[in-house]
Design a binder for this molecule. Structure first.
Ligand code: CA
Length: 241
């Protein structure tokens, strides 16, 4: 589940340097040379994060960030501003329009990648490659495996067999536990933006996910909240040794 990063940068050499490093770190990369071009791309498909250069021809980075923050569909996209400016007041205005972080040029690609990962971990935990452990389940995005420790033999791991959609659904729920997600929210976050499927689809996949978890006695983790949606919760689960 690699995250897609949109680089908005007008200098080809920098654009290339960044995209090379991001691809090497497993990200999917899209590039735009201007805010106008980026706007068209964002309208088409929402990236998981935008790296936004401040100084751009036409609409500048700050105005584009403001535009993104005002759109119902785009307001939650994590943004990292790139800039050659070091003025403290510029930094403040960057953060005021809602940028999540701020990287000053020249930067080391390693630092940039670390910053991107930190923002994604915070804002989009389901796009991170980090292992998630909650409610007795262990989900590894890198290997696409979900395991449970065997109750009888703690040294044994039992694998939960999931289809790709159920895996993504579980990953999202495990990184956003204890809150209720409507079917619409799950469609947006798990199936993706601009995907026109019915709410019922969510129910079908929740059912499949529960069935898979039932095999390891963990189906109680996925709760139906009447009239609202679904919740991943392990608060009331008592682990009997
Ligand atoms: Ca520039």
């Amino acid at each position: 589940m690699a995250a897609t990063i949109l680089i908005v940068e007008d200098e080809p050499a920098i654009q290339e340097l960044i995209s090379y490093n991001l691809r090497n770190n497993g990200f999917i990369v899209a590039c735009a040379g201007s805010a106008e071009q980026a706007k068209i791309m964002v309208n088409d498909v929402l990236p998981d994060l935008i790296l936004l250069d401040w100084m751009l021809p036409g609409t500048n980075g700050i105005d584009f960030a403001r535009y993104l923050r005002q759109g119902a569909r785009t307001k939650v996209i994590p943004i990292i501003m790139l800039t050659a400016r070091v003025d403290e007041s510029d930094k403040v205005s960057g953060l005021e329009v809602g940028a999540d972080d701020y990287v000053i040029k020249p930067f080391s690609p390693r630092e940039l990648v670390a910053r991107i990962k930190a923002v994604l971990r915070r804002r989009l935990p389901e796009a991170s490659d980090e292992i998630v452990e909650t409610g007795g389940l262990k989900l590894d995005p890198a290997t696409h495996r979900v395991t449970v420790t065997d109750r009888a033999d703690k040294s044994k791991l039992i694998e939960v067999n999931l289809g790709p959609t159920e895996f993504r659904l579980l990953h999202y729920l495990m990184t956003h536990t204890e809150r209720v997600h409507t079917r619409g929210q799950l469609l947006d976050r798990v199936w993706g933006d601009h995907v026109f499927v019915e709410d019922r689809t969510v129910d079908v996949h929740i059912r499949r996910l529960r069935r898979a978890l039932e095999d390891v006695g963990k189906d109680d983790l996925i709760q139906t909240v009447r009239g609202a949606g679904y919740r991943f919760s392990y608060q009331c689960e008592v682990d009997i040794p």
